[in-house]
Design a protein around this ligand. Structure first.
Ligand code: PTJ
Length: 252
């Protein structure tokens, strides 16, 4: 892309360009571009900033990850392309496993994503090929297949940029789901235990920063963050914060 970094939309245009290249290399599904477009629209509506409600959800999410026995970060094509390096960093900070789990599933893309994450220092990537041998009931897509050593036995699953029915199925299995989704009204946002309504590219670095600080906290303090968090209320507050932001655009 031949665009000056001084262009007012440089970051957004660069991200688009990176995703187009990631589609060409096979990392991202073509449908991932449409998902990104929907995300961009919601990002406009929240003012392309981290809302206070997202910061509150981030603290609850970190507490869940640090308290978990077997936390797993689930990665799809978009997540790998947008924040692969940061996801590897977060996994090592909170001692989580990383599993590739795709909606548009092909072995080639699973391998490509695993290699991409390993290039950033990930030691092991779960869920590739026959390793995803367990089936989670209630999911009508190839995402039902999970690794028994990863999502299969996880108690907490972080799902950045999800496509829908899986969050509910994982919650039904007694797992706590942390979602990162710019759309507060999506099914994933609504059914997760903790939803961070923010762009993945801001949310993951914020999770890393809070994890580093909160690692030192006693268990009782972490539990307070979890028990005082109510996802339904926080989502309602997020929508209120969006409305307030939009009202600022109404000139008299
Ligand atoms: O790599 P695969 O095969 O697993 O496919 C991945 C996609 C993203 C194509 C698949 O999961 C999909 O189709 O997702 P959806 O149904 O389009 O849902 C994506 C959700 O993520 C939507 O609610 C978007 O608003 C939201 N979203 C898009 N970009 C971002 C985002 N949320 C946070 N950060 C983003 N950058």
């Amino acid at each position: 892309m031949n665009l000056s970094p001084h262009h007012p939309r440089f970051l957004s245009l660069k991200t688009r360009d990176d995703l187009v290249k990631a589609v060409a290399s096979g990392l991202v599904a073509p449908q991932g571009l449409i998902a990104q477009g929907r995300g961009e629209a919601f990002d406009y509506l929240i003012g392309e900033r981290t809302m206070p409600t997202a910061s509150i959800a981030t603290l609850a999410a970190v507490a869940l990850l640090l308290e978990a026995k077997s936390p797993v970060i689930s990665v799809n094509g978009n997540a790998a392309a947008l924040a692969g390096k940061e996801i590897v960093n977060l996994a090592s900070t909170v001692s989580a496993s990383i599993e590739v789990n795709l909606f548009h599933r092909t072995l080639d893309r699973e391998k490509l994503i695993a290699r991409h994450l390993k290039n950033f220092g990930a030691k092991e990537i779960l869920g590739v090929g026959s390793a995803a041998s367990k089936t989670i009931g209630g999911i009508s897509s190839p995402r039902a297949k999970v690794d028994p050593n990863g999502i299969g036995k996880a108690d907490v699953v972080l799902i950045p940029l999800e496509d829908g029915d899986r969050a509910q199925a994982l919650e039904n299995q007694g797992k706590r789901v942390i979602a990162i989704d710019l759309n507060p009204m999506s099914r994933t946002s609504q059914v997760a235990s903790v939803t961070i309504v923010d762009n993945l590219v801001r949310a993951i670095p914020a999770l890393i920063e809070s994890s580093r600080k909160m690692k030192k906290l006693p268990q009782s303090q972490l539990e307070k963050y979890i028990s005082s968090f109510n996802n339904e209320r926080n989502l309602a507050n997020a929508i209120e914060q969006i409305v307030q932001y939009l009202q600022g655009w109404i000139k008299n």
